[in-house]
Design a protein around this ligand. Structure first.
Ligand SMILES: [Zn+2]
Length: 379
């Protein structure tokens, strides 16, 4: 009996798995997958449940990745239904996780069940990598499962991350990578003094202005085929000075760079440090810099599978999806270390919001897309 995406989506939403709580969501999923013949391994890290489920033993291994945890519902009174008692209103399923991303998982499981009933003996395997830790710190989730799979020499040939990727309509966007992000916290130290005697002081604000002007003027790149140009934004300038007749002793600034695959966090650090060194040397001041790297940029170069997926989506939705690297982070940043991956899921318009919802017709279409992807992949 094929699994219904709507029924499974509702059952998953009924588990109040507010990150990092599991509330039975992973076991429910494992139960459904076992009924289809999947071997399910529940991997606990720091009381966080993760699941790696696999149907078949041979290669290639096509993996679907996602998460069962959700963000808190916010003000319950604002919801039209109880966020954990999903209901259908005006052809929309409403509930927390409806598009980010329990319903997407349900669509993939439904697609796998239909694929299996039509293709009893296919060559290859289908797997699911599901975590309960994506919306929070994401330390004991996919990041550790990826290390675990690497240790076990588990090979994934292609991974589809089912996060909501479409801004407004199903079919608009596939994500094939994302930009990197680095934050720098710069302090310039001068010599404090009286404003009337500047020759006895060294004003760090002059140096800071020079540095900020210079780093803002760097042309990092013009963008690439798949990425928009890298960009630096100064997000904070701070001179904590409470007296108007005092030249301050130090000045601080914070900046962030979203960068494409022409750079790495290390190449950017080197480039910036040269500027900081040369300007502070000229102004006889000192500097301190601290960097935070939240991720390197990455790109899964479009290949045969990418174009196959793009065609399948176009066939079902009548829209040709854009291959994009825009937007924020997802677990694809960990998975890409062991497998080529791309992301395609539902419409993200209502994610994390009150009355998060998914249209019933999108649910049916996404199941069809996932099923067609499996059929083409294993053809
Ligand atoms: Zn998500």
């Amino acid at each position: 009996m094929p699994i219904s995406e709507l029924k499974l989506a509702k059952e998953l939403i009924r588990k109040p798995s507010i990150t990092p709580k599991d509330a039975g969501a992973i076991n429910l999923l494992a139960k459904n997958l076992r009924s289809l013949g999947f071997k399910c391994k529940i991997i606990n890290f720091n009381n966080i449940k993760n699941l790696y489920a696999k149907l078949g033993k041979s290669s290639p291994n096509f993996c679907y990745a996602g998460h069962t945890d959700v963000v808190p519902p916010g003000n319950i009174k604002g919801w039209s239904v109880n966020p954990f008692k999903p209901a259908i209103i005006n052809n929309k399923l409403i509930g927390r996780g409806a598009n980010d991303m329990k319903a997407s998982i349900a669509c993939f499981v439904a697609a796998a069940s239909r694929f299996k009933s039509k293709n009893k003996k296919f060559k290859g395997s289908i797997s699911l990598l599901i975590t309960g830790d994506e919306e929070g710190l994401a330390i004991h989730g996919t990041k550790r499962v990826v290390k675990y799979l690497k240790r076990k020499r588990e090979k994934i040939n292609f991974c589809l991350v089912g996060e909501p990727t479409n801004p407004n309509k199903l079919g608009e966007m596939i994500k094939i990578g994302r930009r990197g992000s680095i934050t720098g916290r710069l302090t310039v130290m001068g010599i404090q003094g009286h404003v009337a005697y500047p020759h006895r002081a060294n004003n760090p604000s002059d140096t800071m202005v020079k540095i900020l002007k210079k780093i803002k003027e760097i042309k990092l790149d013009k963008g690439t085929k798949n990425f928009q140009p890298s960009n630096l934004e100064i997000t904070k300038i701070n001179i904590d000075n409470h007296a108007d007749n005092v030249i301050p002793g130090s000045a601080e600034a914070v900046f962030n760079i979203r960068f494409n695959d022409k750079h790495s966090s290390n190449s950017l650090k080197r480039k910036l440090n040269i500027i900081f060194r040369s300007i502070t040397k000229k102004t006889k001041s000192r500097f301190d810099i601290k960097y935070d790297v939240s991720g390197e940029s990455f790109l899964t170069k479009p290949n045969k599978t990418t174009y196959m997926i793009q065609n399948v989506i176009k066939k079902v939705t009548k829209i040709k999806p854009k291959l994009s690297t825009a937007g924020g982070t997802s677990d694809a940043r960990f998975i890409r270390k062991i497998a080529p991956c791309l992301e395609f899921g539902l419409v993200g318009k209502t994610m994390h919001k009150i009355d998060e919802s998914v249209s019933i017709s999108d649910l049916k279409k996404l199941t069809k897309i996932y099923l067609n992807i499996l059929e083409n992949y294993f053809k």
